[in-house]
Design a protein around this ligand. Structure first.
Ligand SMILES: C[S@@+](CC[C@H](N)C(=O)[O-])C[C@H]1O[C@@H](n2cnc3c(N)ncnc32)[C@H](O)[C@@H]1O
Length: 233
């Protein structure tokens, strides 16, 4: 692993948003891409290939985690699987910079962080046909009907996931919310691009060695069942 490129990194707040709001734009710095919300020029960005020296600088397989939160799960993966490149996607800057802090503390040169709405990132910022695997870990279920439009797993997103994936790619959806698990399964069935990797009911309630995260621990402590939903192209 390469040495920490920012020796002075000590705390998450060392990373700041690199512009004032009225000058907001996507900025890629130190393997952290910041893509602002309420921004309408995404189409002006050209997706940077993973092999570019500003990202991984090599052609190892690339695996994406959507909804990476504070990065516990993906940093553990990046440490344990150094021959894979890992990409963390989360909309919240406060959480993404905790991932950034872990990345620097643990010298993870095979991790890249994209902070922004996964819908924008997958459409404009992630190179087409470039991922071997996608994990969507504990996406917000938005249970109220009037918030349904915010749910990440919808037909358009599933299609865009397929567009950035290589043939045969894997996709795993994980949720503690039984109703949302049912909705995810219905969306997957309706879009018919992704195929189940498990027999009916197409999910497992246990996945040894999956790894853990802040919300995985929280929901397990509360006795919720975790649904693991593995599909592939
Ligand atoms: C329940 S948390 C799970 C975080 C992490 N996977 C864990 O298990 O600790 C859901 C995460 O999804 C992120 N998120 C919600 N909507 C998103 C979107 N449209 N694009 C990217 N991230 C999103 C939130 O910021 C939050 O960190």
């Amino acid at each position: 692993m390469q040495q920490n490129p920012i020796p002075s990194v000590k705390k998450a707040s060392d990373l700041r948003i690199p512009f004032i709001w009225k000058e907001r734009r996507p900025v890629l710095l130190e393997r952290f891409l910041y893509v602002p919300n309420h921004y309408d020029r995404h189409d002006a960005w050209t997706a940077v290939p993973w092999t570019d020296p500003s990202i991984f600088g090599n052609d190892q397989p690339v695996v994406l985690e959507c909804c990476s939160g504070n990065g516990q799960w993906i940093c553990e993966r990046a440490k344990n699987y150094p021959l894979i490149n890992w990409v963390a996607v989360d909309i919240r800057f406060d959480r993404s910079r905790k991932t950034w802090l872990r990345m620097h503390r643990e010298n993870l040169s095979n991790l890249y962080i994209m902070c922004g709405d996964a819908n924008d990132l997958i459409r404009f910022y992630i190179p087409k046909r470039s991922l071997t695997e996608i994990f969507v870990n504990f996406p917000d279920p938005w249970p109220k009907l009037r918030h349904a439009k915010h749910r990440l797993i919808q037909a358009r997103f599933l299609t865009q996931m397929a567009e950035v994936s290589l043939p045969g790619a894997l996709a795993t959806f994980v949720t503690d919310d039984e109703t949302y698990a049912g909705q995810v399964l219905r969306e997957l069935d309706a879009c018919s691009i992704w195929r189940p990797r498990l027999p009916p009911p197409y999910y497992a309630l246990d996945w040894p060695d999956y790894g853990t995260s802040y919300f995985a621990d929280l929901w397990k402590k509360k006795g919720r069942k975790i649904h693991f939903i593995p599909y592939s192209l």
